[in-house]
Design a protein around this ligand. Structure first.
Ligand SMILES: O=P(O)(O)O[C@H]1O[C@H](CO)[C@@H](O)[C@H]1O
Ligand SMILES: O=c1cc[nH]c(=O)[nH]1
Length: 286
């Protein structure tokens, strides 16, 4: 079996993973992820017992028990570049023999649920709604570096969207875990999420800099695919999760608390309160 060099999979002097600072025994099979490091204690405060707290850079990890079930909650910071590091290192924790530096013969699959925030692209999806992402569309460049297995439908949607939204690149389209979607999001708004490589121009926001794609929001709002499916919301990580989950063999779902309505030009005045309502709902279902 091929030995993975120490320059490719980097460990700290205590043999923890380079960025996450974690050992294999530190994580549960079900992991809730959040962007904001301050959201980690807002979730783990519901745990009956916390067995581990570790942090490095934007990666803050708490592992503990909720209703008898072992759970990990981790922060990632913003953007799919952070999700690539997270997913590769989580996968290494469960699927690489870190002592002998070889892939384990049996692959383990994690359940990873993003508990995030998002901006709606449709007038009927309101601030305060909870939305689960069925398909995700990546507007970032991460998948130019991996071989993402795509269905013919996903490839077709990517090509149609490139044309309809006048994008100077081909986006990637990838579906999330249907099992987790039913388990966690059965009564939430079912949406299709755009993952942008930024909060401002890549989500059509204009402050001082002029936009290269001034019709972005209008084009995305009107796009229909695979029957009458719509694009519903903007955020900055989901497509990276879904793509890396598919590549590495993990189940991934993105749950979004809607904080903005970009068609009605509204942003929540109480974002923390809205997110707070979503946390126990997700915890009870994972
Ligand atoms: O609230 P989180 O989980 O960070 O998610 C959203 O909020 C951030 C932008 O404000 C981006 O990370 C976006 O994806
Ligand atoms: O509009 C929004 C709100 C939250 N997060 C985003 O990325 N965009």
């Amino acid at each position: 079996m091929n030995r993975i060099p120490s320059s490719e999979l980097v460990l700290n002097p205590d043999n923890s993973l380079y960025h996450l600072n974690l050992h294999p025994e530190n994580i549960a099979d079900t992991i809730l992820t959040v962007g904001d490091p301050e959201r980690v204690p807002r979730i783990s405060k519901y745990f009956d017992r916390i067995e581990l707290k570790v942090s490095k850079r934007e990666y803050v990890t708490h592992t503990g028990y909720y209703g008898g079930k072992r759970l990990t909650v981790m922060s990632t910071g913003m953007g799919t570049d952070n999700i690539e590091v997270l997913m590769m290192e989580l996968d290494a924790l469960v699927n690489v023999d870190l002592v002998n530096r070889v892939a384990k013969p049996e692959q383990r699959s994690l359940n990873i649920i993003r508990v995030g925030t998002s901006g709606s692209l449709q007038p009927d999806i309101k601030v305060g709604d909870f939305l689960v992402s069925d398909y995700a569309v990546g507007l970032d460049a991460l998948m130019f570096f991996y071989n993402l297995p795509n269905s013919p439908e996903e490839q077709q949607v990517a090509a149609l969207l490139q044309e309809a939204a006048e994008l100077p690149f081909t986006p990637y389209v990838v579906r999330g875990s249907q099992r987790l979607l039913e388990q966690v999001g059965h009564d939430m708004v079912r949406g299709n999420t755009l993952t942008s490589p930024g909060f401002y121009a890549p989500q059509g926001r204009r402050v001082r800099a002029s936009l290269r794609l001034p019709r972005l929001i209008e084009n995305l709002n009107q796009f229909r695919f695979l029957g009458d499916r719509r694009l519903t919301n903007f955020e900055m990580e989901t497509a990276g999760y879904y793509a890396m989950g598919r590549i590495l063999g993990h189940e991934v779902l993105s749950v979004n608390c809607i904080l903005a309505n970009r068609i009605e030009n509204i942003f929540a005045s109480n974002p923390d309160e809205l997110v707070e309502k979503m946390i126990p709902i997700v915890l009870d279902r994972v």
